[in-house]
Design a protein around this ligand. Structure first.
Ligand SMILES: Nc1nc2c(ncn2[C@@H]2O[C@H](COP(=O)(O)OP(=O)(O)OP(=O)(O)O)[C@@H](O)[C@H]2O)c(=O)[nH]1
Length: 300
């Protein structure tokens, strides 16, 4: 796993770069930058896990590089260790106050550098794991409700700003109580996971989001998608579920597992809660109309 972690070494001194690169290479993927501008460019392109950043460089010093890294959403969270010839306690304190994770004074001790790099990379891994746990539903591995709330708000704002369509779909497994009652709760969990996998596979790119809203209800955020495209996508998903033919003999709807879908496409002047309520109302209508169908409210 370590070999996949990327460390960027930014130092204007070729010998320092070389020494650090030689140290790190056996355990990490090492990227090099010879000045601040190159460090910013490489950091934005490769998004390293950690940057060893020389403080005193011509043109742009380490403090300025760090400030610009934090201003760029692609690199805002990258861990930075300052490496500096200025070894006074106040230099170190200034570096940490500026937002560096650590401060190593030159001349450095190779063993200490390696130990600190390993420590910070371990913290990076732990932070990523916590972020993942905070955003992912444990059973279905879809995004969880919290993540949905964040993404829905962001995509709503983006749609308003850019004047692009935004569609929202609520997908609810039909007669799932009967499924659990007949096949048992563990089988219900497996069926729910299968439906979740199907929706995840139907996502067309990184801006589409499939999330577990709660219980056996999933929600899909579909940016840049008008009502026609969204309904076509939902029809594909329902066709996919038909092909999976998950037996559900206790269902009054069909001998296999089916879903009802309610959706809506954003109307002018509508807020996110109203869009959600419209999708929910159409899910209710789909259930009332006999389940196993899609009901959609088009945008205006
Ligand atoms: N196995 C399993 N069941 C769940 C989970 N979450 C919710 N459920 C079950 O989903 C069922 C939902 O029941 P209802 O809300 O009555 O809906 P339904 O039986 O699907 O009926 P309709 O939605 O009206 O078609 C309940 O029996 C819940 O226990 C889960 O994580 N795993």
């Amino acid at each position: 796993m370590n070999s996949l972690q990327k460390v960027l070494v930014a130092d204007d001194d070729a010998i320092n770069r070389e020494v650090l690169a030689e140290l790190l290479k056996p355990e990490y993927t090492v990227l090099l930058a010879k000045d601040g501008a190159q460090a910013l460019e490489r950091a934005a392109r490769h998004v390293p896990d950690l940057i060893l950043l020389d403080v005193m460089m011509p043109d742009m010093d380490g403090f300025e590089v760090l400030r610009r890294l934090r201003d760029d959403p692609r690199t805002a969270d990258v861990a930075v260790i300052f490496v500096s010839g200025m070894g006074r306690p106040e230099d170190e304190a200034n570096g940490l106050k500026a937002g560096a994770s650590d401060y190593i004074a030159k001349p450095f001790n190779a063993t200490v550098v390696m130990a600190r790099v390993a420590l910070h990379l371990q913290m990076v891994r732990q932070r990523r794991m916590l972020e993942r746990l905070a955003h992912v539903d444990g059973l279905t591995e879809l995004a969880n409700r919290r993540r949905f709330d964040e993404v829905f708000e962001q995509e709503y704002q983006r749609a308003r700003r850019q004047g692009t369509p935004l569609s929202l779909a609520l997908l609810d497994i039909d007669s799932f109580k009967q499924y659990n009652d007949h096949y048992g709760h563990p089988a219900g969990d497996r069926a729910l996971r299968a439906v979740a996998r199907l929706t995840a596979a139907g996502m067309r790119g990184p801006s589409d989001l499939a999330a577990r809203y709660g219980g056996e209800e999933l929600v899909l955020v579909l940016p840049d998608t008008d009502a026609g495209q969204a309904q076509a996508l939902m029809a594909d998903m329902r066709a996919g579920l038909d092909r999976m033919a998950i037996e559900h003999v206790a269902s009054p709807v069909a001998p296999v597992l089916t879903v009802s879908v309610g959706g809506a496409t954003l109307c002018p002047g509508e807020d996110p809660a109203e869009l959600f309520a419209a999708a929910d109302a159409h899910l209710y209508r789909a259930k009332q109309a006999g389940r196993n169908r899609v009901m959609w409210r088009a945008g205006a």
